[in-house]
Design a protein around this ligand. Structure first.
Ligand code: UDP
Length: 242
């Protein structure tokens, strides 16, 4: 039975933490390969896919600032970390014959393409998976905000956030056994209850551009395809009438 995807074009946000596997630092090859296989599965359904990768498995600006590096420099270091992850994802995808392009918000022409919106759109129309690196290119932002921004610019039908758990909970379910899981939330509820799905600027940008956010577990094999098909476990964040 062929499953019809619910969305035509999606952006998947993968945090650096998701690439850690069981490690405390760096990139776990097995995990990267598994995520690449999940992306290939969704692309094979005829869905146009782009990715935003985080960098927290290598460097976070906030921690650098804690050692006395000025915040702008520390954030540049964090953005460079996302480029390392983007190249790892690209190589894992190309090993399984998925055509990709990496576009960086900080131009580094001997490594990858610079971010050019119209060019990225063209790649997507040609079924290439575009991996957006270096966040927004600006310090004091996060890759969650970059994901909402690129999803808006690419006119994506949905932003999928792959996390450590299968949706949004009232508290951290790994620490609080009484934490309640939500199936559906409005952007406003996420903001007012400070539910920590994504930072406030990412939620506001998605709300302003009418992009639903689907939060699901990146650690369950095939979950990306299931969520894109409207099945599987996820929390959807959208308008009250969405
Ligand atoms: N960063 C930034 N501007 C951006 C995106 C990211 O300065 O637009 C920096 C920031 O220092 C951040 C780091 O890159 O800590 C890694 O990104 P993030 O923490 O969002 O990664 P994730 O939590 O998804 O692994």
């Amino acid at each position: 039975m062929t499953v019809q995807p619910r969305y035509r074009r999606v952006l998947l946000k993968i945090s650096g933490e998701a690439l850690l596997g069981d490690q405390e630092f760096g990139i776990d090859a097995k995990t990267v390969n598994r995520i690449a296989a999940d992306v290939a599965e969704v692309r094979a359904m005829g869905v146009e896919v782009c990715l935003v990768v985080g960098g927290g498995n290598i460097f976070r600006g906030i921690s650098g600032a804690g050692w006395g590096i000025d915040r702008g420099t520390a954030d540049h270091m964090g953005m460079l970390a996302t480029v390392i992850n983007a190249l790892a994802m690209q190589s894992a995808l190309e090993r399984i014959d998925v055509p990709t392009r990496v576009q960086s918000a900080i131009p580094m022409s001997s490594v990858c393409e610079p971010y050019i919106r119209r060019r990225a759109q063209r790649h997507m129309e040609k079924q290439r998976v575009v991996i957006f690196a270096a966040g927004t290119g600006n310090p004091f932002f996060t890759t969650d905000t970059a994901a909402a921004l690129r999803a808006s610019e690419m006119a994506c039908d949905a932003l999928l956030k792959g996390t450590q758990v299968d949706g949004v909970y009232s508290a951290d379910p790994k620490k609080d056994p009484k934490a309640v899981r939500y199936d559906r939330l409005t952007y406003m509820e996420v903001l007012t209850r400070q539910l920590g799905v994504m930072d406030a600027s990412a939620i506001a940008l998605s709300r302003d551009n009418g992009i639903p956010i689907l939060v699901f577990s990146i650690h369950n094999d095939g979950a990306f395809a299931e969520v894109v098909s409207g099945r599987g476990k996820s929390t959807i964040v959208c308008d009250a009438n969405g």
